[in-house]
Design a protein around this ligand. Structure first.
Ligand code: ADP
Ligand code: MG
Length: 413
């Protein structure tokens, strides 16, 4: 018996040790690369080969090992291609090793492959508990099929051992998923902190500059206003002054943006009718979109209420709609929809514009990040800040060349 315990512990070690090594040395650098998790896949293949090379041999040539763990991990964290590579290596190696029941393994793993490929995209968006549940189901279904084939061959004597071994395998798999999820979560938190910290410093600087510039502007504006009240002015002079005034107002509004960036409004939030605000903002943006040959379609329900600040909501919507319009330089349709579900009101703004890659999406909300010649890279930073202040959430889905959807969600009031 003790030999089994030894081999089992050895299998556990073979899984956990490489994963620790991966997280110690590679995970952080891999996250910055274009193809994340490729080193993880290589490590998983090594783990697979190791665990299949040193299995627990039971009577009659039945072997037990942890092969399913690297197989599942490559699929869900590496993706379809790494998963398939690992799967093929598993099958080839199993064939070389020989032994009964190759076809059972082939069919069983093919089914599991199909399920994993089918669910692959959705997996990322699962909550941690759902991920664990999903993986457990996959594991036990796969295991159950193996058990059935053993029973059909009257290997009932192994059932006790089998249950112990597979439970251990399952625990080990869950542990590995936990480990990867937790480390990833921590790393994401740290990235977010760094981003916020940078934002803090820059926005304080920006605020002090903006503040210094605002005072002279106010003075200039005041004097221009005085001059324009003079009756002796010629018509053309009057219109020049009007232009100067409106340009000054424009400068002032930009500066106000910067200032509100540094000091988000912490006023009391009041209950507002978001449907009304969305419709008003869309009406406001119509003239701007017409110039660009873009139509705005709306699907807005009546009377959705959230807690927030009217002016700020409008500012967020204007920023995002304006970006959507700017992303579609050849014209087209921009849609704005609202709906309410599970206590959250969401506003979806979809454009059929240039779209963004994953790494571009990650940069959204970073101060001064812009890809436009005349952009400021302030709009979204401010919007993200305002949304956060109103206890809302924002999600971005985008596909380069196809379009972008911004989903803003607020708790309904
Ligand atoms: P700005 O509009 O001044 O560039 P923003 O903060 O509003 O600043 O946006 C930052 C960047 O995010 C833009 O320059 C653009 O590259 C990208 N972006 C924002 N919205 C979209 C969108 N709907 N489609 C494609 N890219 C977008
Ligand atoms: Mg913008």
């Amino acid at each position: 018996m003790s030999i089994y315990v030894k081999v089992m512990l050895f299998q556990v070690l073979m899984i956990l040790f490489p994963i620790f090594v991966y997280h110690l040395f590679f995970n952080e650098s891999e996250r910055r690369r274009r193809k994340p998790y490729s080193i993880l896949t290589i490590i998983m293949i090594i783990v697979l080969l190791l665990s299949m090379s040193f299995p627990i041999r039971f009577s009659e040539g039945y072997v037990y090992d942890f092969r399913i763990i690297p197989f599942i991990i490559s699929f869900i964290y590496g993706g379809t291609v790494p998963g398939l590579i690992t799967g093929v290596i598993l099958l080839v190696y199993r064939f070389i090793i020989g032994g009964e029941g190759f076809y059972v393994v082939l069919i069983n793993y093919s089914i599991t492959c199909a399920v994993l490929i089918f669910m692959g995209k959705k997996f990322e968006s699962f909550h941690k508990n759902h991920k664990l549940l999903f993986i457990s189901i996959i594991f036990w279904v796969n295991t159950f099929i193996v058990m059935l084939t053993l029973f059909s061959k009257n290997e009932i004597s192994q059932i006790y051992f089998m249950l112990v071994f597979y439970t251990l395998t399952w625990l080990c798999l869950i542990l590995v998923v936990f480990l990867i999820e937790n480390v990833n979560h921590r790393m994401a938190m740290r990235e977010k902190l760094q981003k916020d910290e940078k934002l803090n410093v820059v926005s304080q600087l920006a605020a002090s500059v903006a503040h210094e510039v605002r005072n002279p502007l106010t003075a200039v504006r005041g004097f221009l206003q005085l001059i324009s009240d003079d009756d002796n002015l010629q018509g053309s002079q009057r219109s020049y002054i009007q232009i100067a005034l409106s340009e000054l107002d424009h400068a002032q509004s930009i500066i106000n943006d910067y200032l509100s960036l540094a000091k988000p409004n912490t006023e009391e939030l009041s209950s507002i009718n978001i449907s009304e605000e969305v419709m008003k903002t869309v009406a406001l943006m119509k003239s701007y979109s017409n110039i660009q040959n873009i139509t705005i379609e709306t699907d807005v329900q009546d009377s959705l209420f959230i807690k927030g600040n009217k002016g700020e909501i409008k500012q967020v919507l204007v920023n995002i709609i304006k970006n959507g319009i700017e992303a579609m330089n050849t014209g087209g349709t921009l849609t704005v929809c609202t709906n309410e579900k599970d206590g959250w009101v969401s506003i979806e703004i979809t454009d059929r514009g240039v779209g963004m890659t994953k790494s571009q999406i990650k940069k959204l909300g970073t101060l001064f990040y812009t890809t436009k010649e005349k952009g400021t890279g302030v709009g979204l930073t401010l919007s993200y800040q305002l949304i956060r202040a109103m206890k809302g959430k924002i999600k971005v889905e985008s596909e380069p060349g196809i379009g972008t959807t911004f989903i803003i969600q607020f708790p309904s009031a």
